[in-house]
Design a protein around this ligand. Sequence first.
Ligand code: SF4
Length: 242
Amino acid sequence: MLNQNLLDNTLHISKGSFKLEKINNISTNTLTNEYCKKQYKKKDIICSKCYSFKGLNFRKSMIPLLEKNSKLLSESIIPWDNLPRIFDLYFRFDSHGELINLNNIQNFVNICLKNPKTSFTLWSKRFDLIKKFFDNNEKPENLILIYSNSKLNKPLYKLPKYFDKTFNNVIKLNYKSYYNQNTMFIAKKDITKELKTKIKNDYESYKNNFDKDNKINCFQKCIDCLLCYTKNNVKTIIEKTK
Ligand code: SF4
């Protein structure tokens, strides 16, 4: 089955699971994406915590299929007849991986055009590629572009050109990190019992109010939410990263 899938020249469609349950996707190989490899090494950005880099090491059987997609999508424009027919209402591009080049965008756009009844969503950090492509091409009505903000704890409220929403991550500290953050400039001898109790109480309040204070609006399965898969007035999506 796997070999057959690898031999033909059609794109592999993956079934969504966990948070993406019931939302199918066409994805690419994060592990061979030059941009992803570079970003993964950077500290203090969301790419250093990339679920795909970690996850694919546990799901090795997926790698050849994603690599096949990477090659098909980036090496040339896929003939119309070889593009998939999709019968889903909502569909995701790049649940794994990131845009590779302009061919990749053209092929995604063609899939949107071939399937006008499906709403497609693509998350990307490649503002450079998106701008270059859509400066010269029309964006399909059924494509929602989400700018994936790599900076942590800095939600982006301004939309980059051609994007419909931004996706942001904020980190909820565990007690140890919260304590360390609140005592890092205090001499050890000055950390009294009272101060420790105060920090403990403050942490409870921080923990309980975190979602509200940080305007978290991404917390369920996508199929039960659809904020990113429909056109609506929510332009900034904020998820809590633990
Ligand atoms: S906001 Fe909703 S649709 Fe978007 S990623 Fe989060 S759960 Fe999924």
